[in-house]
Write a protein that binds this ligand. Sequence first.
Ligand code: SF4
Length: 72
Amino acid sequence: MAKVLHMKDICIGCGACAAVCPKYWEMKGDGKSHLKGGKNAGGENFELVVADAECNSEAAASCPVSCIKVSK
Ligand code: SF4
């Protein structure tokens, strides 16, 4: 299992996560990315538990402001 966390308040909307991991990430009209299926975890934090991190690891590595965390 892996937990993916998006700290949306820090997101600058660069689109890198959606480019490398479109299965889980998409850009939204608010100019920020959206973690598909993510649940609100307080404030502007969104969490998703997945069986395997898959491309979320690449998304986290590609984020210039480190607002994606993947914990296993
Ligand atoms: S890579 Fe980071 S800053 Fe860029 S859109 Fe995704 S979450 Fe936001």
